[in-house]
Design a protein around this ligand. Sequence first.
Ligand code: 13P
Ligand code: SF4
Length: 340
Amino acid sequence: MVGTVAQYQIPEFTPEIAKATQPAWERLKGLIPEVEWAVYAPYIAEINRLKKEKNAVLLVHNYQTPEIFHGVADIAGDSLALAREAVNVDADVIVLCGVHFMAETAKILNPSKTVLIPDMAAGCSLAESITGADVRRLKAQYPGVPVVTYVNTSAEVKAESDVCCTSGNAVQVVESLGVDKVIFIPDEYLGRYVAEQTDVEIILYEGCCEVHEKFTAPELREYRKLHPGIHVIAHPECPPDVLHEADFVGSTSGMINHLDETRPKEVVMITECSMSDNVSVQFPDVSFVRPCNLCDHMKRITLPKILHSLQTLQPEVLVDPDIAARARRSVERMLEIGPR
Ligand code: 13P
Ligand code: SF4
């Protein structure tokens, strides 16, 4: 045995582990140096073994590092897909490899299951930008106007809301309400993007994603200059002038589906770093220009921490039952609106 994670020993990289992890290595060998694989593979083998032993399922967001995305995920996707899958999961334990609001959403939808997040400190600048009291103030300011809440928020904020949305269904959710005005919280840029796609009046809030706000329109124009004909796809959390420069705007899974449909020769994905690495495995014929704005919160999740979570069934995400019941109504109302 070599190495330890907390008090737990990690098996060394044996020929048996090399064999068990061969399918993952086939996916990852273009992305990870062989010397690193000798470190990752024992974790991957042990995590995959423990998942069966503990009847656990790993829900993995598209921004997780490639060794997690391609090595241990049972289901990978965007926030909407992870919320949908959280309802269908037939396991005792859900390990959410993403950020805290995603794990909370899984717990809200599965109160009787054990929901773990490998690092409790994996937060989100959007979720931190608004509290339940802020929502109550907005509702008092605009009486009777429904509140549409991006899932990148705490359970407390969801509990004060009428309906949730993700970047994959925001326009559809806003239009489903049949009203002429909504309060849209907390992502101002996503709200502005929705406002451009609908006649419904959008009352905005000043939250933003600390990763996507860093992209600029001149930077996108530079990609076009350096790579003539490049396809530019962007996440709707980017500022409006960035989105206006893009050929396609969509959620992380929306971007993957778009690539699948269009198969451009060269693409730049204006979003978090790991997206291009993860997706490039699925599209070997597409050349990826890889800008890198990293989400530190997403990167708190690592293979050693996932293993530790499975071994200890900690840290567990818990939500106050009253808040969870009210938040569940907002999330379920979104899920009832149906697939994109
Ligand atoms: P998606 O729902 O598009 O995966 O976005 C989640 C997120 O946090 C983007 O920054
Ligand atoms: Fe939150 Fe932005 Fe990180 Fe997504 S990328 S989790 S919105 S901080």
